[in-house]
Design a protein around this ligand. Structure first.
Ligand code: ZN
Length: 424
């Protein structure tokens, strides 16, 4: 973990090595706390955190490996973002700092007390000199920052991006990298006993014959088992997609499978569909270190892992549609670009930012799908009574997953091709 953070800090350029050092110091101190009183590096801490922005200055220690730190708010940081950064709940931040939960608009420079579970290196302000061919989105992607945040800190927006123009960028060397650093375990063979379950009718008016329950697996965690009955075709493709996801992304966090269908299908309130064993709710992966929350918000979701999950499911070629609320599609889209996918390849996958494209893309808006994606698999070849909602599309291919050594870099060669991502 520390090695990874250090590597990231190095990539981030100027000032990175001091930050890496500070991270080390914090870690050392935490170990000292855990060992309750064995000596450690003494008083190094107080002097270290003197410099300000976004720094997790150590204040005092608490039990269970958690430390009280002070976080200095950097431009456009949100409460839930800060909470996720330190692996704590937004509500706790509100309480510790006696904030007004409803109007929690943070001012840059505000100091917050945080009982942190982890202490990533702080965000850093850098100056970027615009080069020929840059666009707002290519600059955002190059630095792995949010497009709207980049615009926000450079407000009022310059008329054009002339080469030589200087822009402010708040980079985040502490952004956790949970995918594409290494491969995970090879996909397991499909388990026995997945045959014979047939989807009938439509997702919102249908049944399941000989339903099969989603088996236990190392690939995922299961929600309530009474609600995890699916068709053979659905379960096979779900397992295959998740196996491929674990392997290709190396993601190690939890993936929770919520509802599929009831044993015989049919009405399944509060869902409108989920009636024919083809609809699967998958909770979006959380950023590492966060306590398990029922309904994560957008800042608590690991969008890079979410993208890799969507990619693996889509590549089974058996996904009919994925529902995700519109505003969250932007996060998914951005994460895909950060992971090296080119914008052109995303058109058939994610409806955002094409306002008319909703009916053509696989990932589409549907209200209520925020903390989870709803994945609908196609009718299988052995299911004559299964009713698809629409015709089969051309197979979708997202291109090769990026090579591991290259992905350490911050600037994919094809950033010039990202103009179509400019949708602000
Ligand atoms: Zn659903």
């Amino acid at each position: 973990m520390l090695a990874a953070l250090t590597a990231l800090s190095l990539l981030a350029g100027q000032g990175a090595s001091e930050e890496a050092q500070e991270e080390t110091v914090v870690q050392v101190d935490r170990e000292r706390v855990d060992a309750s009183g064995s000596d450690g590096d003494g008083d190094g801490i107080d002097g270290e955190g003197a410099d300000a922005s976004g720094t997790g200055e150590e204040e005092k220690s608490s039990g269970a490996g958690r430390v009280w730190i002070r976080h200095v708010v950097t431009p456009r940081e949100r409460l839930s973002q800060i909470a996720a950064r330190y692996g704590v709940k937004r509500d706790d931040l509100v309480e510790w700092n006696k904030l007004d939960s409803k109007r929690a608009k943070l001012r840059t420079g505000t100091r917050l007390r945080v009982l942190a579970r982890k202490t990533p290196p702080p965000r850093q302000e850098i100056t970027y000199v615009v080069e020929d061919g840059d666009t707002w989105s290519s600059i955002a992607i190059k630095h792995r920052v949010d497009y709207h945040d980049l615009l926000g800190v450079n407000w009022p927006r310059p008329k054009s991006l002339e080469p030589g123009l200087e822009l402010t960028v708040w980079i985040d060397p502490g952004r956790p990298q949970t995918v594409n650093l290494r491969n995970g375990p090879s996909p397991p063979a499909l388990p026995e006993g997945l045959d014979g379950a047939l989807s009938r009718g439509k997702p919102a008016r249908g049944r399941l014959t000989n339903g099969i329950q989603l088996p236990e697996s190392d690939l995922y965690d299961r929600g309530h088992e009474r609600w995890l009955w699916g068709s053979s075709h659905t379960l096979r493709n779900l397992l295959q997609g998740l196996g491929e996801f674990r392997y290709s992304s190396g993601y190690e966090g939890s993936i929770v499978i919520g509802s599929i269908s009831r044993r015989r299908g049919g009405r399944f309130p509060p869902h409108r569909s989920h009636q024919s064993g083809r609809d699967v709710d998958i909770r979006l992966p959380l950023l590492p270190g966060l306590p398990t929350t029922v309904a994560p918000n957008a800042d608590e979701i690991d969008w890079a892992a979410s993208w890799e999950l969507v990619r693996a499911l889509v590549e089974t070629q058996e996904v009919e549609v994925i529902f995700l609320e519109g505003p969250l599609q932007r996060r998914l889209y951005q994460a895909a670009l950060w992971e090296g996918v080119i914008a052109e390849d995303l058109k058939p996958i994610i409806a955002w930012p094409n306002r008319q494209g909703n009916e053509k893309a696989l990932v589409r808006h549907s209200r209520g799908h925020d903390g989870h994606i709803h994945v609908r698999f196609r009718c299988g070849p052995e299911e004559p009574r299964c009713r698809p909602r629409r015709r089969r599309m051309e197979p979708v291919h997202i291109g090769e997953p990026p090579q591991v050594p290259e992905r350490a870099g911050v600037a994919p060669a094809e950033v010039a091709a990202l103009r179509s991502a400019d949708a602000g």
